[in-house]
Design a protein around this ligand. Structure first.
Ligand SMILES: [Zn+2]
Length: 299
């Protein structure tokens, strides 16, 4: 009888310790990611996948992400500037618009879309920019006059500042996107940055597309993912190890692609591309539909 009681007590103890350990493993803070569709760019396949299906049209979506960490919100990328929905030609210049023709509605601008989450730009704790290109940092002017820190890798700002100083138009860094730079709270980081200090949201350098490109790691309550941004345009780039058609440094881009591929082979971490029409179409992105958080996207 005593033995039986002892056995039951031991069982109870083991279960309690297990539950305690499990609750300790559970995230203390809820982390959620919301993906938004900032419009599309009409381009050609060889610009995304080097020497592949040359001349074949490719409509690429422009995602940006809002991340909720407990009561705090941060953004990763911002999509295009509002001017792109009005008249892209003078704003982006002819050469850019011909290579990447934007299709964007006014309500696809960052500050309008985040209203769906009940947010305005000044509510955000921080914004992280994968890089300074037009379809990623286009709406940073939404933060002009706010204290919200906008984080770039130092190597990226070191690339952007001389272009702005020389007023050099016609690159994928649009002068108008940075026109209000003096009203922005730009912060420079170098290397890996743990956003909340609890390893749930981490940005890390993936140079290649640009000198200061960075990608995003998120351990959300629903699962762990890496949003590669332009370090991996499409799943095909990774699967077949095809470099981007255009990049600051294609060999460096391939290093990141190889690393994403290795990660994806290990399982457990979802690898998310930036401009993959097939991937985002499955997620409900399309020209007509913008992402509605918390709702299964019906088409
Ligand atoms: Zn891009």
């Amino acid at each position: 009888m005593r033995k039986e009681m002892l056995r039951k007590m031991m069982c109870f103890l083991v279960v309690s310790v297990f539950l305690l350990a499990a609750s300790g493993l559970a995230q203390a803070v809820e982390v959620k990611a919301h993906f938004f569709n900032g419009g599309i760019l009409k381009t050609q396949t060889q610009y995304m996948l080097k020497d592949t299906r040359i001349g074949t049209p490719m409509d690429i979506p422009i995602p940006f992400i809002l991340i909720q960490h407990g009561k705090d919100w941060v953004a990763f990328d911002t999509g295009n500037n509002a001017q792109v929905a009005v008249d892209p030609m003078p704003y982006w210049t002819k050469n850019i618009v011909e290579a990447y023709t934007p299709v964007m509605k006014p309500d696809q601008e960052f500050k309008i879309q985040i209203k769906k989450l009940g947010l305005k730009p000044s509510d955000l704790k921080a914004v992280f920019l994968s890089h300074g290109h037009l379809d990623h940092a286009g709406a940073i002017d939404n933060f002009a006059g706010t204290d919200v820190p906008l984080y770039f890798q130092k190597a990226e700002m070191d690339t952007i500042r001389p272009i702005l100083a020389a007023k050099k138009a016609g690159t994928a860094y649009i002068l108008g996107d940075f026109a209000r730079i003096n009203e922005l709270n730009i912060k420079e980081i170098t290397g890996v940055y743990d956003v909340f200090g609890d390893k749930t949201v981490i940005v890390f350098p993936t140079p290649g597309h640009t000198p200061g490109h960075m990608s995003l790691f998120v351990k959300s309550s629903k699962g762990t993912f890496i949003y590669c941004a332009d370090a991996m345009y499409t799943i095909e780039n990774m699967d077949k190890m095809i470099g981007p058609g255009l990049a600051w440094d294609i060999p460096q881009s391939l290093i990141s692609l190889g690393w994403f591929k290795l990660e994806s082979m290990q399982g457990g971490v979802k690898i998310i591309p930036s401009h993959d029409p097939v991937y985002w179409d499955k997620k409900g992105f399309s020209e007509k539909k913008v992402f509605v958080p918390g709702e299964r996207n019906r088409r």
